[in-house]
Structures are given as C-alpha cells and as structure tokens.
Design a protein around this ligand. Sequence first.
Ligand code: NAP
Ligand code: ZN
Length: 359
Amino acid sequence: MTETTPNHTQTVNGWAALEANGKITPFVFKRRKTGVDDVTIKIIYCGMCHTDLHHVRNDWGITLYPLVPGHEITGVVTEVGSNVSGFKVGDRVGVGCIAASCLDCDYCRDSQENYCDKVQFTYSGIFWDGSITYGGYSEMLVADKRYVVHIPDSLPMDAAAPLLCAGITVFSPMKQHNMLQAGKRLGVVGLGGLGHVAVKFGKAFGLHVTVISTSPHKEKEAKQRLGADNFLVSTDLKQMQAGARSLDYIIDTVAAKHSLGPILELLKVSGTMVLVGAPDKPVDLPSFPLIFGKRVVAGSLIGGMTETQEMMNLCGEHNITCDIEVVKPDYINEALDRLGRNDVKYRFVIDIAAGKSML
Ligand code: NAP
Ligand code: ZN
C-alpha cells in the first residue's frame, strides 16, 4: 500500500502500472478525505484513452509511477464538501483530464484551465496537497468541484465516458476554429477514439466529413455506421491526389509519427489543420504545402471546464455517444495491447464495478 499525505485517509482499490511498460495489476492506495470543495465519486465506468497507453509505456518520459491511468471517468456522487453547491449525492457526473489549476491566471479566469501553466492532470500529476494524482482505473475518486461536470440524463454512463477526453479534445478545436458550420468540409485523420467522435460531431452539425485513414478495412463502417461521406486511404497516392484542395478543415488524431505534407495538400487555400494526436516523436512538416496553400497548422489540448459541460449538454441534446467495447478490469492489459495494435472500435471502456470480485 502506498502512503501519500496525512489527509489521505480513504483506502481505494484500483489498477496500476508500477514501472514503465509494466503490466497493470490490482493496486490499493489512499485518496484524500473529502475536502470542503471536493466531490467524492463512486466510479462506474472509465474509458481507455491512447494517452493512458503513452503513459503506461512512458512514451513521453514524464510518467510518475505507480501509475493509475484513466481520465474518462463517469460515476455517481457519494459525498460533497461543505462549499459545494453545484453537486449533490446521487448526481451522475464525469471527470476528465484536469485535477487542479491555479484558479487565478487569465486562462483559469476564462475557463481555459487546460492552458493554465500550473495545470495538474487526473493521473501522473501533483495535486495542491503535494500528493501524486491517481486516475479512474479505480473504484473511487475525490475531485475538486471545479473539474467535475454533470452527465445529462439522456446519455448512458458507459458510452458517455470517452466524451470526457476524446469528446472534448475534438470539440474544443472545432469550436475554436469555427468548424461547426453546416456544409463545410471536414477531414478527420485517424479513425480511433478521438477520430470517431470527431466524425460524429461533424455529422451532427451538418458538415461533409472525409475520413483519412491507414486502415482500408475501416471504410465500410466509417460510412455506414458513422455516416462519413468520404474515405481516403492515406497510403493510396491516387486517392490522396484526387482529394487535393477539397477540405476546409482537418483534425489530425494520429498517435504515431507521420508526415503532415500529403494531408495538408487535402486542404483548400487558407485551410486549417489542427493537431491533437500526440506522437512521441516530431511529425514531418514540409514547408511547401504550407506556403503554396497559405495553410495553417494549429494544436489543441483537451478543453476547459465550461466548454466540457457545454459539449456534454450538446451530446445530450443531439444524442451523441461513443461506440465502445465494455471490458472488465481483468482485461485491461489485453485491451491496452489491442489499443496499441489499432484493434478497437472505437474505445474500450472499463466496467469498474465488475472488478470488485477480482481484487
Ligand atoms: P486511438 O484510438 O489509438 O486512435 C489513433 C488512430 O490513429 C488509430 O485508430 C489509427 O487510425 C491512427 N494511426 C495511424 N497509424 C498509427 C500508428 N502507427 N499507431 C497508432 N495509431 C495510428 O487513439 P486516441 O485515443 O484517439 O488518441 C490519439 C492521439 O491523441 C494519442 O496520441 C493521444 O495521446 C492523443 N490525445 C491528445 C489529446 C489532446 O488534448 N491533444 C487528448 C487525448 C488524446 P487509422 O486506422 O484510421 O489510420
Ligand atoms: Zn485522453
């Protein structure tokens, strides 16, 4: 058992990687007692983001071990602190990537907490009290009220869980870059967890959506199930050339090193590509497709709390949920392996309650 700080009095069962590339194993640890601003949550489901895999493998060289991954958390409130008015026991809530921010900078004041330079994440971060944060591959979470959102009643708790990271990560740049305009042409690179939600947002807002993928076998489902209008295999030169200058915007969700050059050629003049995928090595960015098309490449990191709630509400109204495969905690290692092999449609979600008997 890991001891953290003295206020950590609540014992929690979870699942952790103890070292880089280590297998995920049952792990008992402590969380802080519910503070005045805290919301304590019985976790019901937790999505498995590719970022979890990057962290388990220490791809980015920043992982703190033991690592309890998981930042696509849905659950039910079991206790609230005395300063909490927006949440009550029994509420259906979600927690995404953010555990803490300074609350005082321009970005925090503007609810862009994700860009606060003191932001701390739901796992592998350092909370205000000095403790290492542990994520949602666990039975219970104590979260500051500022980083908790309501889940609309119309959304199922399992298929809504990935919205807390995958959903907001594609929604935020779509809003920022004014992409949510009916009739515009959107390209989505990489049809995985993030990508499939981007396709759904695009279709919900009336855009023409093209999937750009390394996996030809995903075409049928992309069109029939997700409603994509077009599908380009990125390794097929002819298809890529035929798509030149056809798109207004592109969201690139690819988790591995690749070249942006051929993808940029798909943008119209002045088109914008937003990178949200976070490969461990720099992507290739040739200058010619940029300068000959006056194109823009931008980045984006998850989203702020106000827009996370806005996105959740929109998903409730438009009935947007994720396509998921629900797994039990004893399947986490296999699920991570499959995620690394690009073998998931399109998000694994852990049924946390099913793990009780396995601890
Ligand atoms: P995912 O489910 O694994 O999807 C990634 C997709 O990229 C795959 O489905 C695949 O689509 C494509 N791909 C092509 N070549 C690949 C390769 N060699 N290895 C892996 N994928 C390849 O991952 P995700 O959860 O959507 O996350 C995608 C990336 O976004 C990760 O790097 C993650 O860390 C990052 N992320 C960033 C933010 C942010 O705030 N910016 C937030 C969350 C996640 P095709 O088969 O269609 O080619
Ligand atoms: Zn994530």
